[in-house]
Design a binder for this molecule. Structure first.
Ligand SMILES: Cc1cc2nc3c(=O)[nH]c(=O)nc-3n(C[C@H](O)[C@H](O)[C@H](O)COP(=O)(O)OP(=O)(O)OC[C@H]3O[C@@H](n4cnc5c(N)ncnc54)[C@H](O)[C@@H]3O)c2cc1C
Length: 531
């Protein structure tokens, strides 16, 4: 079979790519390092907690010990399965702020202003609640729904936020992001809507689409500076495939720059130090790493039920029955049930803080263990962080994991935003609507009046909410890796299309923006092929 396109990675972007490139008859091969998405916990929304440390479907990365994380390694899960991270994520559907995209355009990304990307968000989704058709989409492959079971604590939080002076927004993915609103999820009824179960499911019967699982790309193959194929490992054997048109790398913000580097595209001096022959010296590959680093404020709950109780025997039994019979209840819960977008200070033109509420609390310093006593918590996220890190190959061996240095809190400004977020969250918890439902703050439980106090708390307790981006950034400047049509600078026949191309992280979670990028990227590939 001759192949038009090889797509590397079947994650949020790769499944969209495989669908859109194969829909008009082009021959496409999709290579995925992980297995099929048969693990049942992938499909039960509340099963997300079991996926974070499951190495059969998760790359299980961790960051280097650094000052920003107090010398701790931070666990970085990434999906290694059909659907990629969309198969293991918290299912929050958040598009970001219009100014994120206008900012990309301002940085030289032609065609990426908000007005130009909005149609691709709309094309991709099927929003059950409909929403304002000027912003929202119906009939696309990606199912999006509002949260089904939120517990009264969530209503109380939303009410308390308004009492504390924050406006209600009916749809933070519509006309107004700013304010407090209920979570929207990539979910279809009782089941997770990963890109594998939506985009790929729609396309997988096509004779011109071949899906290879347990197939890890090891190197890109070149003739001169033209990418002509991929060498990959499957079932212990090395194999090669060649593409007549293009290779599209959709390996995600960690693996895409890594694959480029081990294939000879990256910062020349670093590649040489590892003994990798430099095919093309592109200094930005693996740089510009941006992630969302959060701290949590947790409260002990009284007079109300939290997920801490619902996830345990005996309350979990009726929840399972509800999920089976009605497709709602605690098992449809993802990561959070309400969120706020706010500004850390006056004078900003749009929010730089995301505050994510969950009617549940976890044991500090333990792997994802629920507290025995009922709790609720807010994760405070500087949504437009200025700290930047790197992802660098640590060896010429493509099967060795890359070295992750997020450099959290290296920009002092991120601490100031965190401090403002802590103050705003405390204001909400102090509002009358929650007064009868909290026994008080259990974490941090100490004053956070100075930047040093915030720094100490963030260094000892901060963690990722899993949104690394930017390591193959789009643009025209010397550190850009791909151009505005997502073609790798200086190389023919090769694009990178996934979260790694974002020049800056969006104001919110990153799955929906990645899917939008893939929708637009696929359209550009088809346009260029037709030209
Ligand atoms: C635990 C967790 C929770 C999250 N929660 C949310 C949330 O609630 N809402 C939200 O919007 N975002 C969330 N995110 C982030 C979001 O899921 C990601 O930003 C998004 O999925 C990134 O998409 P991607 O296509 O860039 O990469 P991925 O979806 O990670 O896809 C990359 C794919 O490529 C494959 N691959 C990599 N290297 C190779 C190779 N060499 N050969 C073959 N295949 C390869 C991988 O196995 C994977 O399947 C979360 C992420 C995680 C990990």
């Amino acid at each position: 079979m001759s192949i038009d396109y090889i797509v590397v990675g079947a994650g949020s972007a790769g499944c969209v790519m495989a669908n859109r490139l194969s829909e008009d008859g082009a021959d496409v091969v999709l290579l995925e390092a992980g297995p099929k998405d048969v693990n049942p916990f992938i499909h039960i929304p509340a099963g997300v907690r079991t996926l974070l440390y499951n190495k059969s479907i998760n790359w299980m990365y961790s960051s280097e010990p650094e000052p920003g994380s107090g010398g701790r390694r931070i666990h970085w899960p990434r999906g290694k399965v059909l659907g990629g991270s969309s198969s293991i994520n918290g299912m929050q559907y958040v598009r970001g702020n219009s100014t994120d995209y206008d900012g990309w355009a301002q940085r030289g990304c032609k065609g990426w202003s908000y007005d130009e990307i909005l149609p691709f968000f709309q094309k991709s989704e099927d929003f059950l609640e409909g929403g304002d058709s000027a912003y929202r989409g119906r009939g696309g492959p990606l199912k999006v729904e509002e949260a089904r079971t939120i517990l009264p604590l969530t209503d109380l939080f939303v009410e308390a936020a308004q009492q504390a002076g924050f406006p209600l927004t009916a749809d933070y993915n519509g006309a107004q992001q700013e304010g407090v609103g209920y979570s929207q999820m990539t979910r279809m009824g009782r089941r997770r809507a990963s890109t594998a179960q939506t985009f790929l499911a729609e396309a997988k019967g096509r004779p011109n689409l071949k899906i290879e699982t347990d197939a890890m790309a090891a190197k890109l193959l070149f003739e001169g500076k033209k990418c002509v194929g991929v060498s990959f490992r499957q079932g212990g054997q090395m194999r090669e495939l060649r593409a007549d048109r293009e290779v599209v790398v959709c390996g995600g913000a960690i693996n895409s720059p890594h694959l480029l580097q081990v294939s000879g595209i990256g910062p020349g001096a670093h590649l040489q130090s590892l003994g990798i022959e430099t095919l093309h010296d592109l200094p930005g590959v693996g740089g510009n790493l941006s992630d969302h680093y959060v701290v949590r404020i947790a409260h002990r709950v009284k007079n109300a039920v939290s997920m801490n109780q619902q996830a345990r025997f005996p309350r979990v039994v009726p929840e399972v029955i509800r999920w089976v019979l009605r497709g709602d209840g605690a098992l449809t819960f993802g990561a959070t049930s309400a969120m706020m977008f706010t500004r850390s200070r006056e004078g900003l033109s749009s929010p730089d803080l995301q505050l994510l509420f969950a009617p549940v609390s976890f044991e500090p310093n333990r792997k994802n263990v629920l507290e025995r006593k009922p709790g609720m918590a807010v994760a405070i996220c500087p949504a437009r962080p200025e700290s930047r890190g790197t992802i660098m190959a640590g060896s010429a061996d493509p099967f060795e994991p890359p070295v992750i240095r997020p450099n959290y809190l290296s920009a002092e400004s991120d601490l100031h935003v965190l401090k403002a977020g802590i103050e705003q969250t405390r204001k909400v918890f102090a509002a009358p609507a929650l007064a009868n439902y909290t026994e008080g703050e259990v974490r941090p439980g100490t004053p956070m009046d100075t930047i040093d106090e915030v720094r100490e708390y963030a260094q000892s307790q901060g963690t990722t909410i899993y949104h690394p981006v930017g390591t193959c950034k789009m643009g025209e400047d010397p550190m850009a890796v791909v151009d505005s049509r997502l073609r790798v600078h200086g190389i023919e026949g090769l694009r990178v299309i996934d979260a790694s191309v974002m020049p800056t992280v969006t104001t919110g979670n990153t799955n929906a923006p990645t899917i939008m990028i893939a929708e637009k990227g696929a359209m550009m590939i088809r346009e260029d092929a037709a030209a």
